[in-house]
Design a protein around this ligand. Structure first.
Ligand code: ARG
Length: 246
């Protein structure tokens, strides 16, 4: 009886105290959630593979953990719920660090600076510079993004929300929306591939991307931050560190 109790206490404590990293390592793969509609961070290439900056970042984290990488593609607004219900271990999806999101998930150190811009059709003479200029117009966004949140603050803007940015752009190209609001680097990537579109505004916000994990997974968060620090180090920084720190 005593033995049984001791064994159960041991098992319960293993479940409670073993960190996220132990779990990932014993499973053998890291589950990374993203929405693959966001070039150059995550998108589907001509061979049907999900590639991009965030995917390379994910590969580097998995490699340094010594596990395989499994990418889980989903809608952007499904990412945080999937993280909280443990369907994925981390979110690496060009996700802006915001106070609202910080209430439910923990973010890594920032890894990219970004901001919203307005994209319109080149053949129209509509060239909005501010969100105010969008009042009375129809704006396509991806559901739950910072762009969605910003334009939704204006009563007079008709916001049409899509699961994927690719569909928001189709709406604009077909003339059913007057503009798309999204992050500048991704806007540039879409416009480069779609000569009928143009970025009409300057950068309207100042945002930073972070990798999101569950709040209790502090070991994983620390590990991810150490990987980001390593990746940000130039060979010059490494030399300085070698010769000038004790
Ligand atoms: N940075 C914006 C946000 O966090 C948009 C991110 C969209 N990412 C994506 N993979 N579709 O809300």
């Amino acid at each position: 009886m005593k033995k049984l109790l001791a064994v159960s206490i041991l098992l319960v404590s293993i479940v409670i105290f073993s960190g996220a990293i132990d779990e990932i390592k014993s499973r053998g793969y890291l589950l990374v959630g993203l929405s693959a509609d966001f070039p150059p961070f995550e998108f589907v290439d001509e061979n049907g593979n999900i590639v991009g900056f965030d995917v390379d970042l994910a590969k580097e984290i998995a490699r340094r953990l010594g596990v395989e990488l499994k990418i889980v593609d989903m809608t952007f607004d499904g990412l945080i719920p999937s993280l909280l219900t443990k369907k994925i271990d981390v979110i690496i999806s060009g996700m802006t660090i915001t106070e609202e999101r910080k209430k439910v998930v923990a973010f890594s150190d920032p890894y990219f600076d970004a901001g919203q811009v307005i994209v319109v059709r080149k053949d129209s003479d509509f060239r909005p510079k501010t969100y105010e200029d969008l009042v009375g117009k129809t704006v396509a966004v991806q559901i739950g993004t910072t762009g969605d949140i910003e334009v939704s603050k204006y009563d007079g803007i008709k916001v049409v929300r899509f699961d994927k940015f690719t569909d928001a752009f189709l709406e604009l190209k077909r003339g059913r929306a007057d503009a798309v609001v999204l992050d500048s680097a991704t806007a540039r990537a879409f416009v480069a591939k779609n000569p009928d579109l143009v970025i009409s505004s300057g950068v309207l916000s100042s945002e930073q991307y972070g990798i999101a994990v569950r709040k209790e997974d502090t070991d994983l968060l620390e590990f991810i931050n150490s990987v980001l620090r390593e990746l940000k180090k130039s060979p010059y920084d490494v030399l300085i560190e070698k010769w000038f720190s004790e």
